[in-house]
Design a protein around this ligand. Structure first.
Ligand SMILES: Nc1ncnc2c1ncn2[C@@H]1O[C@H](COP(=O)(O)OP(=O)(O)OP(=O)(O)O)[C@@H](O)[C@H]1O
Ligand SMILES: O=C(O)[C@H](O)[C@@H](O)[C@H](O)[C@H](O)CO
Length: 163
């Protein structure tokens, strides 16, 4: 989870490989109208995100102890995270919060070629973000660390649950 450009896709690819879990890219499940809005620099609303979160919760609900799922999702608000948490029993859903500053996020989104997300929306991502500090089942990681180090911290954090 985290704002645009924090590294969700990059980390998720490596993490899924490290854990042997299935990867789902949350951005692929946005409605075409939502993608058009983001391309045009129009922020999504709670309504725009509602069916999307429903689909993502359904995907998470397919995880089993033997077959885990790594899902990328901005999950910017507490209520969005709670919808995803409700997908599985026994606090089985964990969140990796990729914590990034505004300047670096903007730079990354501006430099990234061929992506639908308008750089104009980065400020809105930060305004919308409800940081998950203090929430259960969350690990916060400095998103400027090298990707391999981020993945190592996450696998270390999850290790007791996976044992
Ligand atoms: N830890 C990192 N160190 C350096 N560069 C990174 C790191 N993580 C991601 N990047 C780079 O930042 C850019 C954004 O990364 P990525 O697409 O993974 O972010 P994202 O959170 O999935 O973004 P979005 O939600 O907008 O799709 C990419 O160019 C990626 O290579
Ligand atoms: O909730 C949101 O506003 C969206 O999920 C965004 O975060 C983007 O889809 C994502 O970051 C792609 O750039």
């Amino acid at each position: 989870m985290g704002v645009s450009g924090c590294g969700k896709s990059s980390v998720a690819q490596l993490l899924a490989k490290a854990l042997g879990w299935t990867l789902h890219e949350g951005d692929s499940y946005h409605a075409p109208e939502s993608v058009r809005k983001m391309q045009a620099g129009i922020p999504l609303t709670d309504d725009d995100r509602s069916l999307w979160l429903q689909d993502l919760a359904r995907i998470l609900g397919r995880a089993t102890p033997a077959t885990g799922i790594v899902l990328t999702c901005s999950a910017l608000k507490r209520k969005y995270r709670d919808r995803l948490r409700a997908a599985l029993p026994d606090a089985a859903v964990g969140f990796v919060f990729l914590d990034l500053d505004y300047a670096t996020a903007l730079q990354r989104v501006q430099q990234r070629p061929g992506h639908f997300f308008s750089p104009d929306l980065v400020a809105n991502q930060f305004a919308t973000l409800e940081r998950p500090d203090g929430e259960d089942g969350v690990v916060g990681v400095d998103a400027t660390l090298p990707l391999a180090e981020i993945v190592r911290r996450v696998t270390d954090w999850r290790a007791p649950a996976l044992a």
